[in-house]
Design a protein around this ligand. Structure first.
Ligand SMILES: [Zn+2]
Ligand SMILES: [Zn+2]
Length: 390
């Protein structure tokens, strides 16, 4: 334990520099070429064998102690966002319109930091550790294709751990959550086809706007009246596009939105009922509608025994007071959930906030920044957890 702290202290500057280099050169999903190259170089220097170009730009390093030992998967996502950085930080993004606004630069650094610590403490390690650097969490998701390319095999993965920076959790602490942690971020797309015409003669038309409004109202009723009130869920319609002029009834309406839910049965039920309501209401008014529900990442649900184990390891290295139990899940999505569908897993929040220094920006904000002390805490917790895992 003291050794972890000593090594973390020793390598901290180097790891922070890696984070800043990545921050200067943010790369979008499935285009993390330089990011992957930097990761490979670091693993090479540590003598950790790795495979690259997994699911296009992913990298998988393997620190193997014993073929018969269990294997722990440690995951970092690598991609940035298509947004312009609006901050004065000295290592601001050098690519206009791209930014590490979700802190994935820190995630890479934290896992590389843990790889560095664990490679030096290899003789104390009782499990194999697979370091997974995953592309494209923000877009289509790199976890699923990495799994399809065999990341859970050779050696077979027994458990998975990952995390996300969070400024609502103070640096120096980590947030843990039992059970449901993140929702599925599904989306839906709908076109209602009516019949346009003069706004003064609606009886000669089929008004798709009026029908769209009815459908939205019905979905609200679905949410409030036809689903169990104890299951958290959300139907959020965020695009409603129609019309060109004050006196023209348009032909069509385009609607998009997102559904967030934790329970798989309820998820299936909502998808089915939303489509039925949309089609039947449209038909009742003489219109037609094309409704498509897209199932994205599954809900992220932490395994109880894994959360217990992370909590114990974290308490050892940063003190029990610095392990914060989160009570509310997030309605955000996270494709780490795919690993959690296959093996017991725990997703952590790395505390990176610092109220005193004004570091409170939410994720995806154009001024997003972190307290880098959280990187050290993150890599120490992951390292201790790996040393305790057998
Ligand atoms: Zn994000
Ligand atoms: Zn993120």
């Amino acid at each position: 334990m003291e050794e972890i702290k000593r090594i973390a202290e020793e390598i901290f500057e180097e790891i922070v520099n890696i984070r800043r280099t990545l921050h200067r050169h943010p790369e979008l999903g499935f285009r993390e070429f330089k990011t992957a190259e930097l990761i490979c170089q670091h693993l090479e220097a540590l003598g950790i064998p790795y495979e690259k170009n997994v699911a296009q730009t992913g990298v998988v390093g393997l620190l193997e102690v014993d073929k018969n030992a269990k294997t722990l998967l440690m995951r970092a996502d690598m991609d940035a966002l298509p947004t312009r950085e609006e901050s004065n930080c000295p290592f601001k993004s050098e690519i206009d319109g791209q930014m590490h606004a979700c802190g994935h630069d820190a995630h890479v650094s934290i896992v590389l930091g843990a790889a560095t610590i664990l490679s030096r403490l290899k003789d104390k390690l009782q499990c194999n550790v697979k370091f997974v650097f995953q592309p494209a969490e923000e877009v289509e998701g790199g976890a699923e294709p990495m799994i399809a390319e065999g990341v859970m095999e050779n050696p077979k993965v027994d458990a998975a751990v990952g995390g996300h920076v969070m400024n609502s959790v103070e640096a120096g602490t980590i947030g843990i959550k039992y059970g449901e942690m993140m929702a599925c971020p599904d989306d839906f797309h709908m076109d209602i086809h009516g019949r346009g015409g003069h706004g003064a003669y609606p009886h000669n038309c089929i008004d798709p706007i009026a029908i769209g409004v009815q459908i939205l109202t019905a979905w609200n009723a679905l949410s409030a009246r036809y689903t169990t009130p104890v299951e958290k869920h959300l139907i959020s319609t965020n695009v409603f596009q129609a019309g060109t002029c004050f006196n023209i009834i348009p032909d069509d309406v385009h609607i998009e939105g997102t559904v967030r839910v934790f329970n798989e049965d309820l998820r299936q039920q909502l998808a089915k009922r939303m489509k039925e309501l949309a089609e039947q209401i449209a038909a009742a008014f003489g219109a037609t509608c094309d409704f498509e529900y897209v199932f994205r990442y599954p809900p992220l649900v932490n395994d109880k025994s894994m959360v217990d184990a992370v909590r114990d390891s974290a308490a050892k290295i940063i003190g029990a007071d610095n392990v914060v139990e989160l009570t509310e899940p997030s309605m955000g999505g996270e494709d780490f959930a795919y690993f959690g569908q296959l093996v017991p897993s725990c997703f952590i929040n790395y505390g990176t906030g610092n109220k005193a220094q004004g570091i409170t920006q939410p994720l995806h904000n154009s001024k997003f920044t972190i307290d880098e002390a959280g990187i050290k805490t993150g890599m120490m917790v992951l390292s201790q957890f790996a040393l305790d895992f057998a």
